[in-house]
Write a protein that binds this ligand. Structure first.
Ligand code: ADP
Length: 548
């Protein structure tokens, strides 16, 4: 028997319509150099229509791609809504990619138009001539008229001021009927081997993912919330927070380019977010800042969604105990839209016991299935002990890559299961615990040592701000751990003391015997610890290594 239910299309257009009408009184607040600027969701809807009219007038048709080269701000949100809703495909360009990769992805996606922030003109201009398919550039932001437009025009592309062209357009747009399975947006994942690979989200996947992010098991959003995505809108769609906010009617607070702890805390105090999302390095900086000046605490914040790399329990405890801010760990990848699991502890678990769950990558959200697969290719029991590769599948997990010529693409899938490249276990209650990325695993004398466990333990030491552990070649054991450590300003600690500190939780053979004290752990384009750089430093003897 078929149901009697209607088949409404789950599209970004429907999400936009809901957010900008039913929740027309919600606002998007954007940080500026000296304060904030703000518009209602009703205005957002009108401006999205104007932007769609502009893009049509520039010749954007069908599923052509529109690139954005923008921080998190109101104009980027306008593109998030207008581009997919008009049937085109939003391509968020990662402003921190290496130039060759940036040019590669713009050409590979065949971007027709790029919307660039005034503050990013200088970063885009040198590479624009090589972006073959781009014919128009729109310069957005309050300072657009003062930007170096000639540097963009030197590419031969037509350069227009976003506000000027929007002002000429109608506030109505004849939004087309869009199939929910059509492409809505795309994002490239940084390839460790070969070129970046494109993940293409459908309207349906974005819609379902937004609902999952909005549930109480993840961010728990309502229109009483104000959401601050610090995670960039070019990094896996800001973890879906922008669309989830529109869906639940929550207001949005956009930090633009002010991402350091001091301006961030100022912006949080001005714009009063209740929920925020960013990688652990951001919250570690915020913690250091608040420790020095607790009066700058953002009182409104009730929950931080944190992921992108393992979230140390020590960071979670410190923010909660010293500043009353709760962190919930989430796990995901560009390939999984990205949020696939979140770490709310089980009901009834209290006191010290919660940390085993808060330290985990959490339970997979309904819509995602997860399994652990051993070296033998078999799915393993959910016993919390057996370790293997985490594999996932579901309606917001990618099943392929866009026009990829990477010969290794096939190895990324096991049937319809995505091989995540993350290594860990799942326990009886369905909590995922990752011990490493496959490429970071340290194998010493045939046994695995978890770099993530060592890093988390080191970062729990009072004098340690950051720690990253890599495997280095060893004649006898194949590999041994090297710990690179950033020590708190004014503190001094020796490798022997750190080894002693670790020895309460680790067997002797697991303890790092090589140590390097560094000023800061290098970051990737999305703010995660970049172990490739530390490996290079080590190989090229650019860091001083002590033995202990
Ligand atoms: P990149 O590969 O450039 O880092 P992604 O942002 O897609 O791009 O990274 C996804 C990866 O980030 C995951 O496969 C996993 O290794 C890591 N990751 C994400 N969230 C967590 C988490 N909570 N704990 C541990 N690792 C995480």
């Amino acid at each position: 028997m078929r149901s009697t239910m209607q088949h409404g299309q789950l599209t970004i257009g429907s999400l936009m319509r809901h957010g900008t009408t039913v929740h027309g009184d919600s606002v998007v607040v954007t940080a500026t150099s000296d304060g904030t600027r703000s518009q209602t969701y009703t205005e957002l809807g009108r401006r999205a229509a104007q932007l769609a009219n502009v893009l049509r007038s520039l010749g954007v048709e069908g599923d052509q791609r529109v690139g954005t080269f923008q921080w998190n701000n109101a104009e980027h949100l306008e593109a998030y809504l207008a581009v997919p809703s008009m049937g085109a495909v939003l391509h968020t360009l990662n402003i921190r990619l290496f130039p060759e990769q940036l040019v590669y992805i713009a050409n590979h996606a065949e971007d027709q138009v790029i919307i660039v922030d005034d503050s990013l003109v200088g970063l885009l201009a040198p590479h624009l001539p090589e972006m073959k398919t781009v014919h128009h550039v729109l310069v957005a932001g309050p300072e657009a008229a003062g930007a170096d437009l000639d540097s963009l025009r030197a590419s031969g592309k037509v350069v227009l001021l976003y506000e000027d062209v929007l002002a000429e357009q109608s506030e109505d747009f004849d939004w087309p009927e869009v199939d929910e399975n059509d492409a809505a947006a795309m994002c490239y994942t940084s390839g460790t081997t070969g070129n970046p690979k494109g993940v293409v989200y459908s309207h349906r996947s974005a819609w379902l993912h937004s609902q999952a992010v909005s549930t109480g098991n993840a961010a728990g959003l309502s229109f009483h919330d104000r959401v601050l995505p610090i995670v960039p809108m070019f990094h896996a769609n800001a973890w879906g927070l922008a669309y989830a906010a529109l869906m639940s009617g929550a207001s949005l607070c956009m930090p633009d380019r002010w991402l350091q702890a001091e301006p961030l805390c100022r912006f949080m105090n001005d714009s009063r977010p209740t929920v925020s999302g960013a990688v652990p390095t951001v919250w570690n900086d915020v913690l250091g800042y608040l420790d020095k000046d607790p009066s700058k605490k953002p009182e409104s914040l009730r929950l931080i969604l944190c992921g992108g790399s393992a979230v140390p329990v020590s960071l979670q405890r410190a923010l909660r105990d010293r500043h009353g801010i709760e962190i919930r760990q989430a796990w995901g990848m560009t390939e999984t839209s990205p949020v696939a699991s979140a770490g709310l502890p089980p009901a009834g678990v209290e006191g010290e016991d919660v940390w085993s769950y808060r330290g985990s990558q959490g339970r997979v959200l309904c819509g995602v299935e997860g399994r652990i697969v051993g070296d033998d290719g078999d799915a393993k029991d959910w016993d919390g002990a057996t370790v293997g590769e985490l594999q996932v599948r579901g309606p917001w997990v990618t099943g392929s890559y866009y026009n990829s010529d990477d010969p290794e693409v096939d190895q990324k899938f096991d049937g319809d299961w995505l091989r995540t490249g993350d290594v860990g276990s799942i326990d009886e209650l369905g909590y995922v615990r990752l011990s490493d990325r496959a490429k970071d695993v340290i194998k010493s004398g045939g046994e695995w040592i978890s770099s993530v466990d060592l890093e988390n333990a080191l970062m729990a030491h009072d004098d340690v701000v950051e720690a990253a552990v890599i495997g280095i070649p060893d004649e006898k054991w194949d590999e041994r751990p090297l710990a690179s450590v950033v020590v708190r300003e004014g503190a001094s600690v020796t490798p022997a003391q750190l080894r002693e500190f670790l020895s309460k939780d680790f067997a002797k053979w697991q303890l790092p015997d090589s140590w390097a004290f560094i000023d800061q752990v290098p970051r990737t384009s999305v703010g995660k610890f970049d172990k490739k750089v530390i490996r290079k430093w080590y190989a090229e003897e650019e860091i001083e290594v002590e033995q202990a």
